[in-house]
Design a protein around this ligand. Structure first.
Ligand SMILES: Nc1ncnc2c1ncn2[C@@H]1O[C@H](COP(=O)(O)OP(=O)(O)O)[C@@H](O)[C@H]1O
Ligand SMILES: [Mg+2]
Length: 313
């Protein structure tokens, strides 16, 4: 469905050149749910702006459904639905009017527009508010309406740029429910950008982006497995911290910690360790806590980028 080849985008900002997207390549299959995961400034919005024909690349190319986005942007727009990071509804129109207007832009017949908008407004629980002006809607209602509108013309590819940012957990769950319903109905492909790890965890594959580059790309479970048998968390009295760190460095060559506080260390289980019990016995007898957990995508991200800061904000 999507082929991205050596895509690059440079911006000039205050006389300085910024490489927002630095020669990335990836492919997304038809029907796949693919996520670009990365912190602010990683280049996610720039990438999908090129995919949705809003920006042109500095170099490289993008094919959607085998069509080059630069050669036939009009055709591309017929195939895709886009839900932008910033809302783009018309506040002065009602919910139904926003849906209808979108259907007209896509050349849908009046009967089809009516049918689709009823079905979709019901799906996102806005049918009883169909005649209310959008400016009277809460943030969550607006988001739901944007999703319904994005699905109006049955796009083959739905592109979502941080769609649930700032929403409460219930609205986030609801929105995912609607998207998955639509996905089942016509085998829609989904490209999501997010910095919420639990959202990326639901994807078939994830590309982790950092500073314009893709630093890893795989299924969420394979990405987590790549960290090895588990993540160790040690609780240590602060005055014994140096002693424990010294042992880890000397015997296991552990130098990097994904979480380091005054009393906690977190790091991938060293590969030379035969069992957690043996590992525990080899550490100074000062620990107040020891656990081995399954790595999360957060841990994968930190180990790949060396970034101490969690991206799950
Ligand atoms: N229109 C623009 N002009 C100049 N720089 C930009 C523009 N848009 C984005 N950037 C810069 O490009 C980089 C990537 O931004 P963006 O694609 O928005 O990342 P993300 O969506 O992952 O937060 C950032 O350093 C950002 O400041
Ligand atoms: Mg963005």
């Amino acid at each position: 469905m999507i082929q991205v080849n050596e895509l690059k985008k440079e911006y000039i900002q205050k006389g300085q050149m910024i490489t927002a997207v630095n020669s990335i390549s990836f492919e997304v299959e038809k029907g796949e749910f693919f996520s670009l995961l990365g912190p602010n400034g990683a280049g996610k919005t720039t990438t999908i702006s090129i995919l949705s024909t809003i920006l042109s690349p500095t170099s490289g190319n993008v094919l959607i459904n085998k069509i080059n986005v630069e050669e036939d942007p009009h055709k591309i727009r017929q195939h895709i639905g886009v839900i932008f990071q910033d809302p783009s509804l018309d506040d002065r129109l009602s919910a139904q009017e926003n849906m209808d207007f979108h259907g007209r832009l896509y050349g849908m017949s009046p009967a089809d527009r009516l049918r689709r908008s009823e079905l979709l407004l019901k799906m996102v629980d806005l049918w009883d508010r169909k005649n209310s002006l959008v400016r009277t809607f809460s943030g969550g209602m607006k988001r739901r309406l944007e999703i319904a509108r994005g699905l109006m013309h049955r796009p083959l590819l739905l592109i979502l740029d941080e769609p649930t940012i700032g929403l409460d957990p219930k609205s986030r769950r609801d929105i995912w429910h609607y998207i998955h319903e639509a996905r089942k109905e016509w085998g829609m492909t989904i490209l999501l950008t997010t910095h919420y790890l639990e959202e990326a965890d639901g994807a078939d594959r994830v590309a982790i982006m950092n500073k314009g580059k893709i630093v890893a790309m795989d299924t969420p479970s394979k990405l987590k497995q790549s960290l090895g048998p588990g993540l160790v968390t040690l609780e240590i009295p602060p005055d014994k911290m140096d002693q424990v760190k010294n042992t880890l460095l000397t015997f296991y060559d552990v130098r990097h910690f994904s979480l380091e506080t005054e009393s906690t260390l977190k790091f991938p289980m060293p590969s030379s360790v035969s069992s957690p019990a043996v590992f525990l016995q080899s550490l100074p007898p000062v620990l107040t806590g020891f656990s081995v957990g399954t790595p999360t995508l957060d841990d994968v991200f930190i180990s790949l980028t060396g970034d101490q800061q969690s991206i799950n904000i």
